[in-house]
Design a protein around this ligand. Structure first.
Ligand SMILES: Cc1cc2nc3c(=O)[nH]c(=O)nc-3n(C[C@H](O)[C@H](O)[C@H](O)COP(=O)(O)O)c2cc1C
Length: 352
């Protein structure tokens, strides 16, 4: 089905296609047609962060920024969907064009800049969702006009608002499209931000009588030293999990591509190696109690298995869904299941 829809969608500019794709998906869901788009994967319960995911393949943040299509996306077979990034106030993001497809490379460059309707709109959407088929992550950020010195208050505000509704919360400090955001990954800034959020998480846990895990999402463009320092801080502060990685500002293998000079984060196939290398480094530097979500460049079941072999407990995809369609979800699940069912593997990923 997606093979037929893709040339039609790719006929539009990328952002228009994004809107059309989501609207069609929503219609398919509401009219009971989702089974035509994707076969339900065999359940494969996976434990992480104290939660049980129906299967280990999730949708990465950024596709459903406002949490307006949660049930339709879960119906495609994802074990979990991460919505956002959401900021305290609504903001338009950067001027267009701001999403570019590189079909031959199976890649995307985007510089959306956290366009979203604000946390109140997201909370209202999430409250309406049924969420029967999988878990929900909510990814939080800061507004463009909030200086880094005040970033903590934006993240705290979002955390408080989404806490009662989320299965887990992701702290996004790794988008390349908000000036200065990634500086929050530096050791001192990271300790200050995540320290404040961890305290709030404990407080909110007592207030709401439920502990919602908090994950931190990192960039693929960190040096080995940066990764070691970040891992030290995240382990000290006992975050529940880490997501590796966001998009890259580098252009691996694309130097001569006409779109390579467009500003923004690169995702898809050219990101796979880099993001998996960061995942692997984090796995060796973090204690086993902190599980990892592997994301970046998954375009096949074999890519998903590569992430698991590098230490991921769960995986996510975004760009792969655009190029491969919902069939990718079942393919990743089947490949991960086959690998785990193989009895003699020594390096099975840690499943908490
Ligand atoms: C158009 C687009 C928008 C994105 N927006 C966000 C976002 O708002 N927050 C976030 O944490 N990651 C965002 N991402 C990054 C993805 O969640 C993911 O980390 C990255 O694309 C690598 O995975 P992939 O190669 O499977 O796409 C975005 C990616 C794309 C392509």
């Amino acid at each position: 089905m997606y093979r037929l829809a893709r040339p039609f969608l790719f006929g539009f500019d990328a952002e228009r296609a994004h809107g059309l794709g989501l609207a069609s998906l929503e219609t398919a869901y509401r009219t009971g047609m989702t089974p035509l788009l994707a076969r339900k994967p065999t359940p494969f319960p996976t434990r992480a962060f104290g939660l049980t995911f129906p299967n280990p393949v999730g949708l990465a943040a950024g596709l459903d920024k406002n949490g307006a299509h949660i049930d339709a996306l879960l119906a495609l077979g994802f074990g979990f969907v991460e919505v956002g990034t959401v900021t305290p106030k609504a903001q338009p993001g950067n001027p267009g064009p701001r999403i570019f497809r590189l079909p031959e490379q199976r890649a995307i460059i985007n510089r959306l800049g956290f366009n979203n309707e604000g946390v109140e709109a997201l909370v209202a959407n999430v409250a309406r969702a049924r969420r029967k088929l999988g878990l929900l992550g909510i990814n939080i950020g800061k507004n463009k006009d909030t200086p880094n010195e005040l970033a903590v208050s934006d993240y705290l505000y979002c955390l408080e608002r989404v806490y009662p509704l989320a299965d887990y919360v992701t702290v996004n400090i790794s988008s390349p499209n908000t000036a200065g955001l990634r500086e929050l990954q530096e050791e001192q800034a990271l300790r200050r931000l995540v320290g404040a959020l961890r305290e709030a998480q404990e407080r909110l846990g007592s207030k709401h009588g439920k502990r919602v895990p908090m994950l931190v999402k990192v960039a693929p463009d960190l040096s080995e030293d940066d990764i070691s320092a970040a891992a030290r801080v995240l382990a000290d502060l006992q975050v529940d999990g880490v997501i590796a990685t966001n998009t890259t500002v580098m252009r691996p293998g694309l130097q001569s591509h006409p779109l390579a000079r467009e500003t923004g984060g690169l995702s898809g196939a050219p990101l796979l190696e880099k993001s998996t290398a960061v995942l692997r480094m984090l796995r060796t530097r973090l204690p086993d109690e902190i599980p990892l979500i592997g994301v970046g460049g998954i375009l096949s079941g074999a890519d998903a298995v590569q992430k698991m072999a590098a230490g991921a407990t769960l995986v996510q995809c975004y760009t792969g869904l655009i190029y491969r369609g919902p069939g990718l979800i079942g393919e990743c699940n089947a490949a991960i299941r086959r690998r785990k069912e193989m009895p003699s593997r020594g390096n099975l990923p840690i499943v908490q």
